[in-house]
Ligand binder design. Structure first.
Ligand code: ADP
Length: 602
């Protein structure tokens, strides 16, 4: 603020000085030109007037000489000469002096006869001396007698080739001085008037230059403050007009560029923030420049808190800190897998790359990729392969063992051979069930699966499934209650829902106690139909509940196998229901029973 104020004053000072400079230069030019002109005029006038004056004085002197000559030549009669000279002098109103060839003054119109006689010898006076030499003598000299500058003109009075006397006229230069004084005064007055005029015109002219410049300056100030929406309105076809147009074009270009840059930056910010990967940008000293939403979520830190702080101050993670230090130190791409334990364990792949400026590391870009799900899926796949192999191997080993036993002689053992074959058959059934379930699962997981929806009666469907389990129910003495409303229509893939009911009821029987009970009912929840299979069986420990729908997950492996389970039943249920956009779940209390449920959108 203070800075811009200083600049403002600086600018206005410059403008003021420009105005003053222009006026001063105008005035100097005017004063100089008029001064020189006046001086030349003055000198010219002075010289001309003097020349004219001299010429007229010489002519008058000649006339006087002509008039006086007879009185001077021959036997000069002083009285006649004096009278004539006095008469001429008063007529031409000039001082007249007549000097003898010897230099003695014969007559002077300004002196009495007595005084004339006392006058010094005039042969030494420059004009007299020249006239005595036969020329026309002239001189301007300060007259001691009259105490003013006088112009003296002397002409010789020639008698044949001799110079008998000199007639001298003298004139005070006061009239010339007066005239020159008037000229001088006029010149000075003119210069003063020109100065005043120049000053007024200068103000008008410089305003016409400074005004648009001021406009330009005001708009430029807006530009420098970052506001490029203003324009200089000055259309004149001169240099300032050109400057204004160039400035306007520049502002428009900058405005366009800013708009495009800001839209790009908005896009980048949007991309940056919507990235699933966490992104951290630091400067060369490890201070966080920016983080995105994903980083805020992963490390539970807000952008305002983190940006501008050293990484470890904002995010307490030593492993990533070391990655950043490594990048800033070595300037090479770096990748590392890290595990965070809070609040749940998550695995991240951290890729960091240096940001270069002029070939030196200027910062670090860290991208954090959540690979928890990838790692989990890898584990699931590994476990699945191991589980499948294990599940297949157990019955196969038994079958192989019993076949070997039979071949080694047990075939002849009438008492046991059938038993052995029955055991082989049961293991083969297990293998068959396992392969069937695996095929169902792989089919359900394949993308090509189609849900063939029809409207059917759920109650009737349950009754049909229960009929299939009649002998099992009877054997265990289990009571079944189908409390689902009669004629309750559902829209779903009938065969697959049949499979779901078979798996759930099978489990409800298998994991039930002797003379236990099973109840099936349906209710409407949030616009969905919720079907519940409730049993009075052994229940499921709460620690196993979250994983019960996983493939091959069983609470008690041995018992499940014994009961002919494959560990895939619930997994198949989950897949089928999810294909119908429904959900599955279980509520269970160990030792009291379980409630398995699934929902179907209505
Ligand atoms: P299985 O072939 O073993 O029945 P499932 O996927 O159907 O495989 O079930 C997985 C495991 O869930 C079972 O082994 C059992 O431990 C448990 N389970 C399933 N249903 C029930 C139930 N109704 N009561 C208690 N435990 C159950």
């Amino acid at each position: 603020m203070l800075l811009s104020k200083t600049t403002d004053t600086g600018l206005s000072m410059k403008i003021k000085s420009l105005k003053v400079k222009l006026i001063i230069s105008y005035s100097i030019i005017a004063v100089l030109s008029f001064g020189i002109l006046g001086l030349l005029l003055y000198r010219n006038t002075k010289a001309n007037s003097l020349r004219e004056l001299k010429l007229s004085l010489v002519n008058q002197a000649r006339l006087v000489e002509f008039q006086l000559k007879p009185a001077i030549v021959g036997q000069p009669d002083t009285l006649i000469l004096e009278k004539l000279a006095q008469d001429l002098s008063s007529r031409i109103n000039l001082r007249l002096t007549v000097v003898e060839a010897s230099g003695k003054v014969l007559f002077d119109s300004e002196k009495t006869t007595l005084d004339t006689e006392k006058m010094d010898n005039h042969a030494g006076r420059a004009e007299v001396s020249l006239a005595l030499d036969g020329a026309v003598g002239e001189e301007i000299r300060f007259s001691d007698t009259l105490k003013i500058d006088m112009l003296y003109v002397a002409v010789p009075v020639k008698v044949k080739d001799n110079i008998a006397a000199v007639v001298r006229l003298a004139m005070p230069l006061t009239s010339i001085e007066t005239m020159l004084y008037t000229i001088r005064r006029d010149i000075v007055l003119t210069v003063i008037m020109v100065l005043v005029l120049m000053f007024v015109l200068g103000i008008v002219f410089t305003s016409s230059i400074v005004k648009p410049l001021n406009k330009i300056i005001n708009v430029s100030k807006k530009f420098s403050a970052g506001d490029f929406s203003h324009r200089v309105y000055y259309e004149a076809n001169d240099e300032i007009g050109e400057l204004a147009r160039t400035l306007n074009k520049m502002a428009k270009d900058i405005e366009d560029k800013i708009a495009s840059v800001s839209s790009q930056s908005q896009q980048l910010t949007a991309i940056f923030n919507s990235m699933i990967e966490g992104v951290i940008v630091t400067d060369k000293s490890g201070v966080i420049v920016s983080i995105n939403q994903a980083v805020e979520d992963i490390f539970k830190v807000s952008r305002q808190e983190a940006e501008g702080k050293l990484f470890l101050e904002a995010v307490r993670n030593n492993e990533i800190y070391e990655v950043i230090q490594n990048i800033l130190g070595k300037g090479r791409f770096f990748s590392k897998e890290i595990t965070l334990h809070l609040p749940v364990q998550r695995v991240f792949e951290v890729n960091a790359t240096p940001i270069f400026k002029d070939a030196s590391v200027n910062g670090a870009l860290v991208v954090i990729h959540d690979i928890t799900e990838i790692r989990r899926l890898e584990t699931v796949r590994r476990d699945f392969v191991a589980n499948v192999s294990h599940e297949l191997k157990t019955p196969l080993t038994s079958i192989k063992g019993f076949i070997e036993t039979l071949l080694e002689g047990a075939l002849e053992d009438k008492e046991n051979n059938r038993n052995f074959l029955k055991i082989i058959q049961s293991h083969a059934d297990r293998l068959d069930a396992l392969v069937n379930d695996l095929l169902s699962l792989s089919h359900l997981e394949s993308k090509e699966i189609r849900v063939d929806k029809t409207d059917f009666d759920l109650n009737a469907q349950i009754e049909e499934v229960l009929r299939g389990f009649k002998s099992h129910l009877k054997a265990k003495g289990i009571e079944v209650e189908n409390a689902v409303l009669k004629n309750l229509k559902v829209s779903a893939d009938k065969d697959r829902i049949h499979q779901v009911l078979v798996n759930l009821i099978d489990n409800a029987i298998k994991f039930n106690k002797e003379k236990g009970s099973i109840k099936l009912y349906a209710e409407s929840v949030n616009g969905n139909l919720k079907v519940i299979v409730e049993d009075s069986g052994m229940g499921i420990p709460s620690k196993d509940i979250p994983r019960i729908f996983e493939r091959f997950y069983r609470v008690d492996k041995a018992r499940s196998r014994e009961l002919g389970g494959t560990g895939l039943g619930l997994s198949i249920v989950k897949h089928i229901i999810e294909l119908h956009n429904g959900a599955v779940g279980v509520e269970s209390t160990e030792g009291l029973g379980s409630k398995f449920w699934f929902t179907l959108p209505k």
